[in-house]
Design a protein around this ligand. Structure first.
Ligand code: KIV
Length: 272
């Protein structure tokens, strides 16, 4: 920790804005269960995202589309039980906010009341303006998400870098400004050119948190299971792996199996 870095006992949406103003980078990771969230929070992460990537990493689905609102609330409730310091943000899953603003508000209220989460995240810009307004008017903090928005995978067709073309880049910048104007407290930018992300982070006053969006933004987010090396089938350029947990786990399980087979476990000290 640098000498000038302020210590925060509890992270709020205001803390994140303060961090941007002071030039302190915001750290964010996903978590979906009690045990993982406890470890991540104990390490002093700033934001925990109960992401709809739970659909992929916890349930083995190919996309984030299948996960339901009830399942998101189940994951969020477990995370909230573990967290003492981090701000906990929960994704509104596909199908829980697109029909109309009333449905978006109902879904957000369920997340906040049933899980105790601190904020919700919604994918999209202008097209979800009414829903965002409705949720924000109810006093629920909203984080935006632009660029690659995985819930729209069947519209895009691929997970490739977004907003490389001028027209899409201009729309993204306009959407970011709109989200700030509506009152979103922060914004995730996923898989867009670093120069565009830098421009967005400079233009808006709310914190911009990137994933595959370069270093000139206000913070970074990764999927926990990816950065721990627990998922092995996914290797985008932006992913830094801090462990090879998959290999370490299979090694540990292999050792356990051989100890059991050899009648070496439990030993004399491991029984009553
Ligand atoms: O669901 C998720 O994990 C996310 C992050 C990739 C930002 O939305």
């Amino acid at each position: 920790m640098s000498a000038s870095r302020k210590e925060y006992k509890r992270i709020t949406t205001n803390t994140l804005i303060e961090m941007k103003q002071h030039g302190e980078k915001i750290s964010m990771l996903t978590a979906y269960d009690y045990s993982m969230a406890k470890a991540v929070d104990a390490a002093n992460i700033d934001v925990i995202l109960v992401g709809d990537s739970a659909s992929n990493v916890m349930s083995g689905h190919e996309t984030t589309v299948p996960i339901t609102l009830d399942q998101m609330i189940y994951h969020a409730t477990a995370v909230i039980r573990a967290v003492k310091r981090a701000l906990v943000v929960v994704d509104l899953p596909f199908g829980s906010y697109q029909s109309d603003a009333k449905e978006a508000l109902r879904s957000s209220i369920r997340i906040m009341k049933e899980s105790g989460a601190h904020a919700v995240k919604i994918e999209g810009g202008k097209e979800v303006k009414d829903s965002m307004e409705r949720i924000l008017n109810a006093g629920i903090p909203v984080m935006g998400h632009l660029g690659l928005t995985p819930q729209s995978i069947y519209k895009f067709g691929t997970y490739s870098v977004r907003a490389r073309e001028e027209e899409e880049a201009a729309k993204l910048l306009a959407d970011a400004q709109l989200l700030e104007k509506l009152g979103c407290f922060a914004l995730v930018l996923e898989k867009i050119p670093a120069a565009l992300a830098a421009k967005v982070a400079k233009t808006v006053n709310i914190p911009v948190i990137g994933i595959g969006a370069g270093s000139a933004v206000d913070g970074q987010v990764l999927v926990l299971h990816d950065m721990l090396g627990l998922t092995t089938e996914f290797s985008p350029r932006f992913l830094r792996r801090y462990m090879n947990l998959y290999d370490q786990m299979t090694d540990a399980v292999t050792s356990y199996i051989s100890d059991v087979k050899a009648n070496d476990f439990p030993n004399d000290k491991e029984q009553y």
